[in-house]
Design a protein around this ligand. Structure first.
Ligand SMILES: *[C@@H]1O[C@H](CO)[C@@H](O)[C@H](O)[C@H]1NC(C)=O
Ligand SMILES: *[C@@H]1O[C@H](CO)[C@@H](O)[C@H](O)[C@H]1NC(C)=O
Ligand SMILES: *[C@@H]1O[C@H](CO)[C@@H](O)[C@H](O)[C@H]1NC(C)=O
Ligand SMILES: *[C@@H]1O[C@H](CO)[C@@H](O)[C@H](O)[C@H]1NC(C)=O
Ligand SMILES: CC(=O)N[C@H]1CO[C@H](CO)[C@@H](O)[C@@H]1O
Length: 461
């Protein structure tokens, strides 16, 4: 599909960007198996039409804003499935997967779900209308996703038509929809729904507990201006209401790196910290790239504080490698409890495009990487997510040599990996249970609704 690159350039001047020519172009990653698991992940931040507000014609366009965390979650899902295949958990059965990128949009989530509901192995994607789906065999037996709750809720309603189990691993939040996430806990409306989330409230509660037991009663808070930061602000505010703590300042820093006011906002924040001399403890919910800039300024003015790190930066290599970083004072980091992710890290180190039957998302990443010859991780990160690079879509596999496994490893958030592993394991255990007395190599051996998925050991911070 080298032609596609050309089409894109022409496309920009015409109606938009379409690189999904056949339904299979829409698949993010696939490996065939006896039992297929669907995945709906946000590997891009948005669709191209989002600039212009709304789509004008009903086609699937390319997506923009590549998200490394989404890619890593996809790899974690694949790794977990391969691990189960290689183990003796479900003897004689190969689990397969079909993963789609929702580009963080409901519309693509719905389209992918329509495909999940089509009949297994049908050559044309036929979606059957029936009065009784008891014996139906759709393409997949269970779905992992979606990342955003508004997408999850919509697809949950579609999957419910056949009572297909859905497990959400590590959802992302948009603040305006934060309450809707609770809706999904409603078993009556969402009977086949399960989550393996370390709820964010666990983290803010743990922080509040630390602050209370340490007797710190003046603290400051810095968050970024997105759903992650704002929901932390809200949740932390609620947690501290019951304890004797005063939040002296709440600074909000723009989340988008293209925002030209970031540096002045950071300078202002550092000034506020200097002026609030009573405050020695600062809680920060920011992404690593913003903290790097903040800490450089803190080092410049030379002050020492106690910093409480959220999961977004507590294990970021880019921060711990800032020269003289120890001079900022003490850092206490929180991460979500996670199982052993060393096997995933090893998997990343040995990653190779060729090992995959079909993985467009990894190919896209490799293509973006080849255009970003940056050394420093945060520069590489910015370059890859940079919106101007969105033109890369269908590219020739194996054309690009490196996957920068070191960079991928540095970006791993153990909580995301762990909850994805839990989601896959919960599904696999339900399948194992069913397959004890049936020949599951036959896809009609059981219907999705028969899988009784129960949560395993859920993570907490
Ligand atoms: C599964 O086994 C294959 C073949 O032995 C190996 O190449 C692969 O790395 C294994 N995958 C995992 C996740 O253990
Ligand atoms: C699914 O389709 C493939 C290719 O058409 C075929 O080889 C395979 O046997 C089919 N599987 C089932 C279970 O029908
Ligand atoms: C639905 O189909 C199943 C299997 O064919 C059958 O056992 C069941 O009685 C049907 N239910 C209704 C309400 O028709
Ligand atoms: C994004 O790309 C544009 C054009 O290639 C460049 O000018 C800009 O500096 C880049 N932004 C980031 C954050 O890397
Ligand atoms: C037992 C079995 O089928 N194992 C397979 C699981 O999946 C991986 C990756 O797709 C294969 O390499 C294994 O052979």
């Amino acid at each position: 599909m080298a032609l596609c690159g050309l089409l894109i350039i022409i496309g920009i001047f015409r109606n938009g960007i379409y690189c999904c020519k056949t339904p299979n172009d829409f698949v993010g990653a696939r490996s065939r198996g006896d039992i297929m698991i669907g995945g709906l992940l946000a590997v891009h931040g948005r669709m191209m039409t989002s600039h212009k507000g709304y789509p004008k014609i009903p086609v699937i366009e390319s997506c923009a804003g590549f998200e490394i965390q989404g890619l890593l979650q996809m790899l974690a899902m694949i790794h977990a499935i391969e691990t189960i295949n290689n183990s003796s958990l479900i003897p004689g059965i190969k689990l397969g997967y079909e993963i789609y990128d929702t580009c963080s949009e409901t519309r693509l989530g719905v389209l992918a779900t329509m495909r999940f509901l089509t009949t297994f192995n049908s050559t044309e994607d036929t979606l059957k209308f029936q009065c009784n789906y008891t014996d139906n065999t759709p393409k997949i037996k269970a779905v992992i996703g979606a990342s955003y709750s508004e997408v999850s809720i919509t697809i949950a309603k579609m999957l419910n038509t056949q009572l297909i189990p859905q497990v959400v691993a590590f959802p992302k939040k948009r603040i305006s929809h934060s309450s809707s996430a609770e809706v999904l806990s409603d078993k009556l409306r969402f009977p086949a729904f399960l989550r393996t989330i370390p709820n964010d409230a666990h983290q803010t509660r743990a922080m509040a507990k630390l602050i209370e037991t340490s007797g710190w009663n003046w603290i400051g808070m810095i968050v970024m201006d997105d759903e992650y930061g704002r929901s932390a602000l809200e949740s932390f505010g609620t947690q501290t209401m019951t304890i004797n703590v005063c939040i002296a300042f709440k600074e909000v820093i723009p989340a988008h790196l293209s925002d030209s006011t970031i540096q002045s906002k950071i300078d202002e924040t550092v000034k506020t910290i200097q002026q609030e001399t009573r405050v020695n403890v600062i809680v920060a919910f920011l992404k690593p790239s913003l903290l790097i800039r903040l800490f450089k300024k803190v080092l410049e003015v030379g002050m020492q504080k106690t910093w409480i790190a959220s999961d977004s930066w507590s294990s970021a290599v880019g921060i711990s490698s800032i020269p003289n970083i120890h001079r900022i004072g003490q850092v206490i980091g929180f991460i979500f409890k996670s199982g052993d992710t060393s096997s995933f890290n090893k998997y990343l180190r040995d990653l190779d495009h060729k090992q995959f039957e079909e993985n467009r998302l990894l190919d896209q990443y490799a293509a973006l990487l080849s255009d970003c010859p940056k050394i420093k991780f945060n520069e590489l990160y910015n370059c890859i997510t940079n919106y101007s690079k969105e033109q890369v879509y269908n590219i020739k596999r194996n054309k690009f040599k490196t996957l920068r496994e070191d960079f991928l490893s540095a970006m791993v958030r153990p909580g995301v990996v762990y909850s994805t592993q839990l989601a896959v394991t919960a599904i696999a255990n339900a399948i194992r249970h069913i397959c004890v007395d049936r020949n599951c190599a036959n896809p009609t051996a059981f219907a999705p609704w028969e899988a009784d998925i129960v949560p395993g050991n859920l993570g907490k911070s």
